[in-house]
Design a protein around this ligand. Structure first.
Ligand code: UD1
Ligand code: UDP
Length: 382
């Protein structure tokens, strides 16, 4: 802990792959300055989707794993809310921190407010403005519940202001950029011999797992068809959701696609840096394509990372086979400029500092007083 800092007792809630990546640098920084208790909801549980990230990225072991695995989204979220509430209530915490837009994010946000705990949202203020996406609902609700909004850039601050959220906003940069900068040098050495051999010749990288693509038979088939005549190998680490749907819908991957198990973070960063083009529906991978300076084709109709589109590095192809095929034949070129849209690699330091800023101290003190008054009132009623 740094001298003179106000030590805040923080509960960090994580559950899914992007949250492990987001917490990698942040956890270290939070622990330098504050106290952190890391709770894993269990949303992702396969070794390749969870445990491996903690090992490869030296993330502290979760203090608790609630073991809430996959169910329907509502049951999954409901189960997480119950389990998180029981876990967090006795911990005498000052603040709950959630990140991004998963069901674990939403559950952590709701529990924090039900327990009268201040809530901080890392990666706040992102919008695709498509409320058929579960992630958009999770972001909107979390932002409107949060007391502290840790945003990646000023555009996110402006989007929050347009929804009436104007207090507790800190522009910090992107913790995923912090990690990317620290990891990219050692990434290439992490590749297996077979991936390394593949990556020596030109190739495209594909990731695909968002529910709106995988759970819709026609969209999934159309996206896969788009790669049928690709002139380059297309390396495709397959998310378990996607693998299940490909089997269920009896969709066979065309020969240019080289399917692999989900990769570790260092492996995928190595491939991202070496790819000719990145095709993805992932929020994280769109940004990593930008960090790596590799043109991205986003397999969605909308994106919350519009800044990468505006900068000319990202194009939306939706699930349009013809558009995907055209981008395979004629890959988008690199742009002359790549402005620093995601900060300077010190987002985690800024976030940790925001948690002991004087305005935060006032929010935490006010919440503590409210909890004490409620506990006192409840005790006198008994
Ligand atoms: C979740 C997030 C999504 C994020 C993605 C990152 C929500 C609403 N969605 O989607 O925003 O982009 O994580 O990867 O929270 N499964 C396994 N093993 C695992 C994890 C999942 O087999 O370790 C399979 C299960 O069949 C499960 C399915 O994948 O039903 C979906 O998992 P779930 O966590 O519900 O959503 P994701 O699609 O992973
Ligand atoms: N990722 C990974 N292995 C893979 C696919 C993705 O390590 O096989 C990383 C990806 O590079 C990013 C993180 O997982 O850093 C989260 O991305 P994901 O696509 O799972 O979720 P999203 O960002 O869409 O929520």
């Amino acid at each position: 802990m740094q001298p003179n800092a106000t030590r805040v007792r923080i509960i960090s809630v994580v559950g899914a792959r992007p949250e492990f990546v987001q917490v990698a640098v942040l956890s270290r920084e939070l622990r330098r300055r504050h106290e952190e208790i890391l709770i894993h909801t269990g949303q992702h549980y396969d070794a390749g989707m969870s445990g491996r990230f903690f090992e490869d990225l030296a993330i502290p072991r979760p203090d608790l794993n609630l073991g809430i695995e996959s169910r329907s989204p509502s049951i999954q979220t409901g189960n997480m809310i119950g389990a998180l509430a029981s876990a967090i209530a006795p911990l005498d915490a000052d603040l709950v921190v959630v990140r991004g837009d998963t069901n674990s994010t939403l559950a952590g946000a709701i529990v924090a407010k039900q327990l009268l705990l201040p809530l901080a949202h890392v990666e706040a203020g992102m919008r695709s403005y498509d409320r058929t996406m579960p992630e958009e609902i999770n972001r909107v609700v979390t932002d409107h519940l949060a007391d502290l909004q840790l945003v990646t850039d000023d555009d996110a601050r402006v989007r929050l202001a347009a929804e009436g959220i104007v207090r507790g906003i800190y522009v910090c940069g992107d913790v995923m950029y912090d990690l990317f900068l620290r990891a990219r040098e050692r990434a290439a050495a992490s590749l297996t011999e077979s991936l390394s051999a593949l990556a020596r010749a030109p190739f495209a990288l594909l990731t695909l797992h968002r529910a709106e693509n995988t759970d819709d038979r026609e969209r999934l088939r159309a996206i896969v068809d788009g790669f049928s005549d690709a002139p380059l190998p297309v390396i495709f680490p397959v998310h378990p959701r996607t693998r299940a749907r490909l089997t269920e819908f009896d969709i066979v991957l065309p020969s240019p696609i080289v399917a692999t198990e989900p990769l570790g973070y260092l492996e995928i960063v190595a491939l991202e840096c070496a790819a000719r083009t990145i095709f993805t529906d992932s929020g994280g991978v769109q940004r990593e394509a930008y960090f790596a300076g590799v043109p991205c084709v986003t397999l969605r109709d909308t994106t919350e990372w519009t800044n990468t589109v505006d900068a000319g590095w990202n194009r939306l192809a939706g699930a349009d086979s013809a558009a995907i095929a055209a981008f395979c034949r004629d890959p988008p070129g690199v742009q002359p400029e790549r402005p620093p849209l995601f900060g300077d690699g010190n987002a985690a330091v800024r976030i940790a500092a925001a948690f002991d800023a004087p305005e935060t101290a006032a929010i935490l003190a006010q919440a503590r007083a409210t909890r004490r008054a409620r506990a006192h009132a409840a005790a006198s009623e008994r």
